[in-house]
Design a protein around this ligand. Sequence first.
Ligand code: FES
Length: 158
Amino acid sequence: MIEVSLARPADRVHDVCRRYAPDRENLIPALQEVQETEGFLSPEAVDAVAGYFRLSPNNVYGVATFYAQFRYRPPGRHCLKICQGTACHVQGSGVLLDAAQRTLGIRSGETTVDGDFGLEELACLGSCALAPAVVLDGVVHARQTPKKLNTLLEKARS
Ligand code: FES
């Protein structure tokens, strides 16, 4: 859960960064914690992190964009994660991902324009017997098909 503080985003980011020595090896953990706190890496957050680590914002983006875990837009009100681990892949999770991308009109890692849904891919959830599995707002849904997934999305939207 993301807690919202009344402090300015740059101040909150600075508070997070101060828990780390300003060494480059701490950049990824700091970015992870900033994303956990803020929900995503806004330009303002990246600027604040860059200032703390004495890097340029481009340096920070250069590192962050190497990792799929970072988001640069606010997360959706609903978060859909589709497992792409081996067991789920064999059971058709690629088809699920294609269907979700078509239905929502976004690609993995993006948020719908209306802010309703964010879409992410996951590595194995550790629930391979449920393959192909998806997680919608923290709840695991087993043995999904594109039709079942559309029903889940419609219910979440209503
Ligand atoms: S591969 Fe999807 S839960 Fe293990």
